[in-house]
Design a protein around this ligand. Structure first.
Ligand code: MN
Ligand code: MN
Length: 302
């Protein structure tokens, strides 16, 4: 791998703008997480708030994960799920400006029982960020995350990782593990990284559920179904950035939309991203920041 990556001036500016919007919306969104509020309303309000900013797009559908639901859960168009007063709620949001992505997440504990877990999780992220600079091995970062969480009596989710981002590419090149897996990969100046430790009082692994609400394009191919063509046309300008089927439930009859999505997945045109939940139904938290690797450290943009 090369020793340096270059980001254009415009790219750098776009990352910072995306980061600024992501921070504003993230902080604003915390007031929405209350008992009795519908997750559908929360997701729609956050997405609308991002889109109020000229030039800003959704890097992926807002994730609203509750308790043991760990990732890839965004509400369905008719989702009636309501936040309860004992829930642990994670909001993961992504903003892009011209394809340059800022990815950030936080957890709120409405039960008051997981203060220590959230504190350890935040500390794990802070310590990981402190380590980031050119030449550092990703194994080292995974080790610090794992140690910080286990010292507090919790576990990282071992099969979820942070990731590099590139223009219109949410999960590019490098992975940042949450355990010391020896990939033997080194951080390089000019990389943009999203680091996202997950903490749990469960087993420390996620498994896939049957349900998927988030999809992304693998490769465009000719299709015959009319609604499939409408859908592919609508996601064209997102390139391969993920989308929610909810976004199109007004343009395509939801029953038909389900069929179309299944068809496109079976043809390897779309990839489904199933909802992930903790293997032993442990409670999960997540904190995430995006950063640009500089000559001697990093600049957190979120
Ligand atoms: Mn994220
Ligand atoms: Mn991420």
């Amino acid at each position: 791998m090369e020793n340096q990556k270059t980001i254009s001036e415009e790219g750098l500016e776009a990352y910072k703008t995306a980061g600024k919007i992501a921070v504003e919306v993230r902080e604003w969104s915390k007031n929405l997480i209350k008992p009795k509020s519908k997750v559908l309303d929360i997701a729609e309000k956050i997405e609308a708030k991002i889109l109020e900013n000229e030039g800003a797009g959704l890097a992926f559908p807002v994730n609203t994960c509750i308790n043991d639901i760990t990732a890839h859960y965004t509400p369905r168009y008719n989702d009636e799920t309501v936040i309860c007063d004992s829930d642990v709620v994670t909001i993961d949001l992504g903003v892009h400006v011209d394809g340059y992505i800022a990815d950030t997440a936080y957890t709120l504990d409405l039960s008051g029982k997981y203060k220590e877990m959230l504190k350890a999780n935040q500390l794990a992220l802070d310590k990981a960020i402190d380590l980031v600079k050119p030449g550092v091995s990703t194994t080292k970062i995974g080790e610090v995350i794992q140690n910080t969480l286990t010292e507090s009596g919790y576990k990282p989710i071992e099969n979820l990782t942070g990731h590099e981002v590139e223009q219109y590419d949410l999960h590019a090149g490098l992975s940042i593990p949450n355990i010391p897996i020896s990939y033997d990969q080194k951080i390089v100046e000019g990389m943009v990284l999203a680091i996202e430790p997950f903490a749990t009082d469960g087993y420390g692994r996620v498994i896939e559920s049957q349900l998927a609400e988030i999809y992304s394009l693998i490769k465009k191919k000719a299709v015959r179904m009319r609604d499939a063509r409408i859908l592919l046309k609508k996601i064209e300008n997102r390139k391969k950035l993920p989308f929610a089927d909810r976004w199109f439930s007004k343009d395509i009859n939801p029953m038909k939309l389900s069929l179309v999505l299944r068809e496109l997945v079976s043809k390897d045109i779309l990839k489904a991203h199933p909802v992930l939940h903790e293997k032993e139904k442990g409670i999960v938290s997540q904190f995430e920041h995006t950063m640009i690797v500089t000559e001697d450290g990093c600049e957190v943009i979120t």
